[in-house]
Structures are given as structure tokens and as C-alpha cells.
Design a binder for this molecule. Sequence first.
Ligand SMILES: [Zn+2]
Length: 137
Amino acid sequence: MAIEYLCKACRGHLNVKTSIVLAATKVNSSRRGLIFLNPELGNYTVTTHPSFTLEEGQEYLITCPICHSQLNSLKYAHLVRIIMVDEQNKEADIYFSNIAGEKCTYKITGTNVEKKGPDAAKYDKYFDIPDEDRKYL
Ligand SMILES: [Zn+2]
């Protein structure tokens, strides 16, 4: 079984062939399109159609292409959440930035936080929570 990525709302499969497919809308703009992310954590290659290029430093609203739910985290500003299911069928929350060009990924499994990317320190504050407080989240 391969690693799967699911929408946090409808649990539809977001990974198709070799990409995670999401819909993106530039904040305060009508510009929108599909983005193809590399499913390997820490790989920040993003593919889009030439008519929709991501603007470095811009914020994007990320939605599920299946159910159109917003995937931006309500809890953590500037982060987007999807679900990862690994080969052992274990689930993790994956967070990444909604700002184009920011390279950071957080994999949360229970109380374990795995951080990746050169910009990971930027949102460290969200995840540096003492273990004993995590159960209240
Ligand atoms: Zn969905």
C-alpha cells in the first residue's frame, strides 16, 4: 500500500499519479487554478498550468478539488492541513504554508511533531506545545 493523502473534510483522495492535487485561489483576487504538489515531504516542487503561476510571497486559499472545502487551518494562521495515511495505515496531519515560496512542512502524529523545510522555524511556535497540554487541543 502506498502513502495516501486525504482531504480533511471529505476524505477524498488528493493524490493522483505522482502529485497531490489541490485548488488554489490567490487571497483578495479572482485568480485561481490547480496546483500539483510533490507528495514527498520536504520536496517543494509545485506544478501549475502556465496560465496560473504562483506569486512568491502571496497568500493562497487552498480548497479540496473534490468537495471544495477550505483546507486552510482555522487554528494555525498561514497553514493548510491535509491528512496522510502511511503504509501501516497510520494517520498523520500534514501542515504546510499557504504562502507561495515558503518551504515548511509539519507532520503531526499524536504527540510527535516532525518538521521539514528551511522555513520550518517560522511556525515552530504553533507546535512547541508541552506534551501534557496536547491532549487539550
Ligand atoms: Zn474534500
